[in-house]
Design a protein around this ligand. Sequence first.
Ligand code: CAA
Length: 258
Amino acid sequence: MTEYETILTEQRGRVGWITLNRPEALNALNSQVMRDVVAAAEAFDADEGVGAIVVTGSERAFAAGADIKEMQGKTGREMIMGDHFGAWARFADVRTPVIAAVSGYALGGGCELAMMCDIILAADTARFGQPEVNLGVIPGMGGTQRLIRAVGYYKAAELILTGRMMDAAEAERAGLVSRVVPASDLLDDAQRTAETIASKSLPSVFAAKAALDAAMESPLAEGLRFERHVFAALFDTADQKEGMAAFREKREPRFTQR
Ligand code: CAA
């Protein structure tokens, strides 16, 4: 397995793990972290032995945001011409489902990284926020766009305009978090959830993720049309025949398309 500077990677069964590993900076997301996470996620995405990916941090911090020390001295021109956060789009584009397992701080870019994932599992210790306004900037890795879609305008506006943090329970009530679990169970729960996804038929998992993405990005009629076509196309897969036969025969399906 490739060695990275700022993350640890590991494969457990059919699950690829990416663990942010800059404890001295509460996993602040500098350019090297971006390069490492993108490369690891794309490598897992291309690996037929991997059916789901988990991204996590440490107990204290999922990630405390983009690296303020790296950005501080830059000019606006440098930020634009260097496309400072641009490569994160490649992480959001991986086809394999990604679970964020969040413990501790998920602030700024950390919260935005979690929102690039498909499922957000939060330890009861997790704290989410977009505190960029306290630094004289605004969210720059998707926060103003994805947080609104997750929690609605008024909740997102209050969080982004005040920069305050919310705890895991509030984040779950708001719809930012898929599920809150005891901190001691977070990683096991993430592995179990990822294994469940990885045990399904790959064409249907990829199709479901693509349709969910379409819902985020397109008007309702277009999304519904996309869903109907993809739903129909899955009827040409062996796994659809197997899944429906297994239901009728009252047994577990044996999916072969992985
Ligand atoms: N960038 C760089 N370094 C960071 C960092 C960040 N985002 N967050 C924490 N660190 C560093 C601290 O500077 C400190 O390093 P030193 O010991 O060398 O000083 C170390 O991590 C530990 O942090 P603290 O001593 O501050 O720990 P704490 O427990 O007192 O506070 C915290 C924790 C509340 C999370 C606090 O560290 C904090 O407020 N961090 C910044 C949060 C933030 O503003 N995030 C948004 C960044 S901008 C952004 O993300 C833009 C975007 O949209 C992409």
